[in-house]
Write a protein of this length. Structure first.
Length: 51
């Protein structure tokens, strides 16, 4: 799967406050392409989830 597409899907989930789903997509994107932006957005999900 394309990391940019996963990132886009994650962003949609994040905006809709679906943080668990966003986290899954950001994590998959990071697995495919180690990108600081993907990691930063994933960290934001962890914060929203109180982790």
């Amino acid at each position: 799967m394309d990391p940019a597409a996963l990132f886009g899907n994650a962003n949609v989930h994040y905006v809709n406050e679906e943080y668990e789903e966003a986290l899954k997509n950001y994590t998959m994107a990071v697995t495919l392409e180690d990108c600081v932006v993907y990691r930063t957005c994933r960290a934001a999900c962890y914060l929203k989830l109180g982790r």
